[in-house]
Design a protein. Structure first.
Length: 73
């Protein structure tokens, strides 16, 4: 299948390809042996991270303390 690159470096992926994968908002883009590889990414919103931290019993204060500790010389 062909895809045309526009003057603004935009590429439209063929519908036949996109219908076979989940509809991601982002793709990981890599160059490997002269080939461009697109990998669909499903990014989780920040709320999912907050929920996971809460489930693990990690508070915002714990995160702030960890950041402060990591920045010490």
């Amino acid at each position: 299948m062909l895809a045309k690159l526009t003057s603004k470096n935009q590429l439209t992926l063929p519908k036949a390809i996109m219908s076979q994968i989940p509809h991601p908002d982002y793709f990981e883009v890599e160059l490997e042996d002269g080939r461009i590889i697109l990998t669909p990414l499903l990014l989780r919103p920040a709320d999912a991270v907050r929920d996971k931290l809460r489930d693990l019993g990690i508070s915002e204060e714990d995160v702030a303390d960890a950041i402060q500790w990591s920045r010490q010389g």
